[in-house]
Design a binder for this molecule. Structure first.
Ligand code: CUA
Length: 343
């Protein structure tokens, strides 16, 4: 009996210490969405149960090792124990009930997180290798996700290529983004600040760079930003270079092609590309080692048929081969005009 009391007290002490220790190291970032509160509540309950289970296993194990160890000179066999039905039924029923309660609480929390709010603002999210873009109700597309504090938002998300996963750790919710199907994520931001959206599904070479800024601000700051974007988009649409730049943003070109001469390691930079000499490692239309001038025809061909001429130092089959059908001829001309402008 004395051993049960001592072990029982030790289990309680170790449970509390483990729980307090895990809480003290802040396993979770700040709670920046209304959805993060019920999720963290569930998380804390699970951490408490895990702490208790850890103590329930470790205390009897270590206590037995020390207190019931073989003494010097003891050559006898251990006591032979046949099963104990009461114990086995107990340790089946209690975990079963615990898991059922957790399943109920998990379902309830999921209901909270997925609850439809008719006042939610709809923002369309496009994921592609390896970039996020956000299309707002006003019609423009940005690489930044701007949200208003306490304004529920629903993200209608779709991928143009492989499976990605939209995740802002401070909002807690993570949702896969699939090609050919719209998935949604509901967020109500509750904390003003700047966060980073990440991709949580291994999606290729640039996966770890697939991030986007998320800015939660007041309604006033948001309106100012929206008006600025709308005005800039209207002005840019007047010229081929401006339209080309918008198309580049909408199609995610700059996630692989830099426009400032920096190296992404994935694809050649566009800065100074026009009319420069390009050394090729091969391709379906040229021999290895050929040098060509990056004129309009070369740029257009490389957009529509990227395998035709492979730039030395880069891989084939990285650039999508779909732009010949997804873009019109005049859109391709606008993009080429934009590339030409990057001297
Ligand atoms: Cu997209 Cu990982």
């Amino acid at each position: 009996m004395r051993h049960y009391v001592i072990a029982g007290v030790l289990v309680i002490v170790l449970s509390v210490a483990t729980y307090a220790g895990l809480m003290a190291i802040h396993l979770m970032p700040v709670e920046a969405s209304a959805q993060s509160i019920p999720i963290d509540h569930l998380w804390n309950i699970e951490i408490a149960i895990i702490s208790f289970l850890f103590a329930l296993i470790m205390v009897p194990l270590i206590y037995s090792l020390i207190v019931f160890r073989r003494r010097k000179g003891d050559k006898s066999d251990g006591e032979y124990i046949v099963g104990n039905n009461t114990l086995e039924i107990t340790w089946t029923i209690i975990p079963l009930i615990t898991v059922l309660i957790l399943a109920y609480m998990g379902t309830y929390t999921l209901g909270d997180v997925l609850a439809v709010d008719p006042s939610a603002l709809v923002i369309n999210v496009t994921a592609r290798q390896w970039e996020w873009s956000f299309t707002y109700p006003e019609g423009f597309t940005s690489k930044e996700l701007h949200l208003v504090i306490n304004q529920p938002v629903v993200l209608d998300m779709q991928s143009t290529d492989v499976i990605h996963s939209f995740w802002v750790p401070q909002f807690r919710i993570k949702q896969d983004v699939l090609p050919g199907r719209i998935t949604t994520e509901r967020i109500t931001p509750i904390l003003i600040g700047s966060y980073t959206a990440m991709c949580a599904q291994l999606c290729g070479t640039g996966h770890s760079y697939m991030t986007a800024p998320v800015i939660v601000s007041t309604q006033t700051d948001y309106d100012v930003w929206i008006q600025g974007q709308v005005a800039a988009a209207a002005a840019a649409a007047q010229t081929p270079v401006g339209r080309g730049q918008q198309l580049v943003a909408q199609n995610g070109c700059t996630s692989c092609h830099s426009v400032d001469g920096s190296s992404t390691g994935i694809a050649p930079t566009w800065k100074g590309l026009y009319q420069s000499k390009v050394k090729l490692s091969g391709g379906t239309t040229v021999a290895p080692g050929t040098v060509v001038t990056a004129d309009q025809a070369y740029l257009m061909e490389s957009i529509v048929n990227p395998s035709a001429k492979i730039v030395n130092g880069f891989q084939d089959n990285v650039m999508p081969k779909t732009f010949g059908t997804s873009l019109t001829q005049s859109q391709i001309s606008d993009i080429v005009a934009y590339i030409e402008s990057l001297k």
